[in-house]
Design a protein around this ligand. Structure first.
Ligand SMILES: CC(C)(COP(=O)(O)OP(=O)(O)OC[C@H]1O[C@@H](n2cnc3c(N)ncnc32)[C@H](O)[C@@H]1OP(=O)(O)O)[C@@H](O)C(=O)NCCC(=O)NCCS
Length: 188
């Protein structure tokens, strides 16, 4: 298995990535209003920085993630927020360390582009999921974070994990503050 960090999904892999995303995060069976709210919340396409692909020996996509990069205000200062989303592994390839390797590659790219801290949302009540992202330095924020939807609506969730990338001081500050972390417009 090899991991590739690309500026865009390479055209030969586009169909397989779309299938994988539909398999793992498909909203096809959802009611219209639920889908609409999901689109409103996850409106961060403009902040996509890289796509991370895990390829097997036959050069087929077996794992995937999207890496984001966004400048946000934190306590009156500007910081560069890295992000990880769409993390998924083909059903037949799970529990072989693929998501771990994909997250690690995304983290290296965040270091390369000098993100201060990184954010993702995940099932923070699941110790296995916390462990998975913990290998790349993420820990649960354990307090609310907020973001605006495409509509301007303010959303508040409690499933954030954050990681120190290039700025451990700001990371500690974000972690220990009592203010909600506001990540700007769009979740990922
Ligand atoms: C979650 C997911 C990406 C994990 O992919 P993976 O390649 O199997 O992950 P890894 O092999 O790197 O897992 C490493 C460890 O993380 C933990 N882990 C992995 N998947 C887990 C899951 N679904 N639930 C709980 N813990 C999990 C386990 O401790 C695992 O070690 P193990 O294989 O010895 O049990 C995959 O199950 C998936 O695509 N799920 C559907 C989409 C999804 O929910 N994505 C996460 C969004 S935050």
């Amino acid at each position: 298995m090899k991991v590739q960090v690309a500026t865009a999904i390479p055209p030969p892999h586009a169909e397989r990535v779309a299938e994988l995303l539909a398999q793992c995060f498909g909203v096809a069976g959802w009611a219209e209003d639920r889908r609409h709210e999901h689109d409103d919340r996850f409106c961060s396409q403009g902040d996509i920085w890289r796509r991370v692909l895990a390829l097997n020996e036959a050069d087929a996509v077996v794992g995937f993630a999207t890496m984001y990069r966004r400048r946000i205000d934190w306590n009156g200062r500007s910081l560069l927020l890295g992000g990880l989303g769409d993390v998924c592994t083909d059903l037949d390839w799970r529990h072989r360390g693929i998501a771990t390797a994909v997250a690690a590659a995304a983290r290296m790219e965040m270091e390369r582009v000098r993100c201060d801290v990184a954010y993702l949302c995940a099932a923070v009540n699941d110790p296995g999921i916390v462990w998975l992202y913990g290998q790349s330095g993420f820990i649960p924020l354990r307090r609310p974070h907020t973001y605006r939807g495409k509509s301007g609506r303010l959303y508040e969730d409690t499933d954030a994990m954050i990681a120190p990338i290039c700025n451990p001081t700001v990371f500690e500050d974000v972690l220990n503050s009592s203010e909600p972390l506001h990540i700007g417009t769009g979740n990922w």
